[in-house]
Design a binder for this molecule. Sequence first.
Ligand code: CP
Length: 311
Amino acid sequence: MNNSFFGKDLVTVEDLTLPQVENVFSRAHEMELLVNSRGSDRRLEGKMLAALFYEPSSRTFSSFISAMQRLGGGFIPLAGMANTSVVKGETLEDTVRVFSSYADILVMRHPDPGSVELAAEFASVPVVNAGDGINEHPTQALIDSFTIKNIFGKIADLHILMIGDLGHYRPTNSLAKLLTIFPNLTLSFATPKQVPLPDPVRQYLTTKKIKFKEYNDFTDILPTADVLYVTRVKKEYMSPELYREVQGSYIINREMINKMKKDSIILHCLPRVGEIATEVDNDSRAVYFSKQVRNGLYVRMAILDLILRKE
Ligand code: CP
């Protein structure tokens, strides 16, 4: 298949087509087999990744580093920019120009929406969005959709329910938009009234003629969901007053999941801060630790391979 990712940025899911996403899934499946058989190979030997993380991260940062290393590449790991010339006032534009000279791909996380798109304009190598403020987290959406596809064997026709602080949650922004390429989905969103689905996401879904419903109370629809996607309240993007109001609004516990379908799944891209009780973790439907995190490695290996190698 023609590799349309080669040499390209991955800043948003809005540009992605169904064949492209299926190509990522297929390459991620190859990576799963590779990791579980030999652990690594050398296909990206001689390539260098710069991880420019202006915001904290455990999974995205570490899985990209692990992915690059498992494919034989090198990396410049900047987990926080506190020891770089950013603290002297170097601009984003100048920083990405400089790291374009050292690396073949930039993976960037930044608190400002649109900052990664701006960086891509100034970089002379491909740029991957590892989360830009409350805007998008495209690689997480690919991981989440890969996880759904792997478990159900399909994404079409499912009922996907996302709950929590969707007003500030970039992974669900990206996932909701990405899911529009799959036919006949039912999308439901449940939020505390103070943190509704962002208008741009609502408009995007409307433009794509996707049927969706918004709720404050999801009790009645929980038994009909195939996928329950739980999110954290994004304390870092809101006032202390708003955080106090919304934190703890939704807590998924055993009693609630007892009302869910036997073959449904529970996703959370993590970190969680109390919104899923630990008593849920051992339920076979809770796949955030057992599958979703590990898929992050396979999907990010696939993305690096597709962007950095033509074949
Ligand atoms: N899911 C996710 O993006 O986690 P990190 O913030 O730890 O990278």
